[in-house]
Design a protein around this ligand. Structure first.
Ligand code: OFO
Length: 170
């Protein structure tokens, strides 16, 4: 495997594991605030991020590279309110999108077409991830300080179910 790609993909594997850890911390915050629906939503996100990390891990292995698991930073533990959590989740997704775009630039510079093709799934996924977080931010802004609205949002987010397995990953 191209060493530049191997290093960049290992770094990104760590970023996806951190995403999972960050959302687990957000889930814990919501559980402590008695917002079980939002906690449930975040727990599903934890699993999605773990799957993202495993996609990178599998790709490195399939290409004959070496997976290097590094230290995962401690995530933030407390937020001001639900809006603050989802604003930070949205900002985090935008940051991850930037990293994916940079990875694609590196893959193209290295003429690694397999890596570039692999990253296309993530380019589309990030559009969805950003849109989902941003839509929740928008609704929570409408809710403002109204407890009833917050409880309704909590019920709505409790409806989230895990995404169907990706057929391309079978
Ligand atoms: Fe949230 O998409 Fe991966 O990190």
């Amino acid at each position: 495997m191209n060493k530049t790609i191997e290093t960049a993909f290992n770094d990104h594997l760590n970023a996806e594991l951190f995403s999972s850890y960050l959302y687990l911390s957000m889930a814990n915050y919501f559980a402590a605030e008695n917002l079980e629906g939002m906690a449930q939503w975040m727990r599903i996100q934890v699993e999605e991020e773990r799957i993202h990390a495993l996609k990178f891990l599998d790709f490195i292995n399939e290409r004959g590279g070496r997976v290097t698991l590094g230290q995962i930073d401690q995530p933030k533990l407390k937020w001001q309110n639900a809006l603050n959590v989802f604003e930070e989740a949205y900002a985090h997704e935008c940051m991850i999108s930037g990293k994916i775009n940079d990875l694609l630039d590196v893959a193209r510079e290295q003429s690694d077409h397999a890596a570039a093709a692999f990253l296309q799934w993530f380019i589309s996924e990030q559009v969805e991830e950003e849109a989902t977080a941003l839509a929740i931010v928008g609704k929570l802004k409408l809710v403002g300080d109204h407890s009833m609205g917050l409880l309704m949002m909590d019920q709505q987010l409790a409806q989230r179910v895990p995404s169907a397995p990706d057929p391309a990953a079978q």
